[in-house]
Design a protein around this ligand. Sequence first.
Ligand code: PLP
Length: 437
Amino acid sequence: MIDTNKIEELTELDKKHFLHPTSPIGQQQKEGPSFIFTEGNGVFLTDMKGNKLIDGMSSLWNVNIGHGREEISEVAKEQMKKLAFSSCFATFSNEPAIRLAAKLAEIAPGDLSTTFFTSGGSESNDTAYKLARHYWVLKGKPNKQKIISRTKSYHGVSMGATSATGLKPFRDFTTSIAPDFHYVDHFSTKSLRSLIEQEGPETVAAFIAEPVQGAGGVHIASDGYFQEVREICDEYDILFITDEVITGFGRTGTYFGIDHYGVTPDMMCFAKGVTSGYAQLGGVMISETLHKEFKELSTGTLLHGYTYSGHAMACAVALKNIEIIERENLVENAAVMGQEMLQGFQSLQEKHSMIGEVRALGLMGAVEIVKDKQTNERFESPLAPQVVNEAAKRGLILRSVVFDGQDTLVFAPPLIMTKEDITSLISILDETFTSVT
Ligand code: PLP
């Protein structure tokens, strides 16, 4: 039964009282929410009007195990009844946080074996910058404070994370950013080396990169890129941080995105897929070497911590989420279904004149929209937002990326996608492209 009165009531309340994250404020004010979701089940979301859509973005790149998992709600309920939260400040601890930290050490690349917990991705990135800067102070090199990140990168919206974000509109929104942040071309190790030389390696604390850039348009680095990055960081004594907020926990068909490149960062930020969105949790993992040095060199208190660092209920949810990822082989499934999705994109590319480059790594993909395939010329105003709206009408949630002259659709469906689900996704996309040409 569709309750139109309730929809109208909620729409008005939303318009008046709810300032949405990363939202078109003016349009929101006039039209209200496009969907008020009430239910999630597997790869589907259902709204108050009874529309059922494939969640082609795993909501915000995060619902890796799909929606509506009762096992998770059971664990959350049990943990809440026992101990929802107790502070982990100073020397206090709790079992789910300890067990999760140990589990993460088991699955993370190389010798990343110690975790600082946060409530999300932005906090994780800010933590990494602060730990990196503090590390160099402890090492007696206080001038090593600069953080280098890449163009087209997205690292979140807290002050540090915004400052590191290579997508300029996010930085411009704050009008001023934190000092000592610098950017290099997102694909070029040459530009990383020359910036380090130009700034002076003795002033650079760390380089941060997403193994696959997400919000910037799903850009996949070439083979060898991160191996070279690792070498450059070692050569100049600079910490290498990976932002695995999207790419962690199976998204790209390996446990972590950096696993594709076989190198180990000094720090690794994660969030999103660690709980598949069932609770708010993130963290930074640091290498054994770094942890040892911190312990040896620190004389006082680590003056950095969030109220919810090591939240018992969130950590219990994360443990169950990881158990499900492993039990259902979702990392492998992402690799296999990612190939299916890419082949689907390629078949649409042959059929539709406005589909340019297509790419995917695991279940993280992109489709470029072009006016002319040969020259790669773009439409005067991007079509991707219209495609996203039309796809939603047909039952598929996608996102558009129009930064830096891009006209791109991005995809990140849940890791539980089946072959049939991929076929539905591709067929809705096909109909959508037919409708906009
Ligand atoms: N890093 C990356 C790569 C992200 O994609 C995001 C969010 O989309 C963040 C950091 C920020 O995470 P949060 O929104 O949880 O603060």
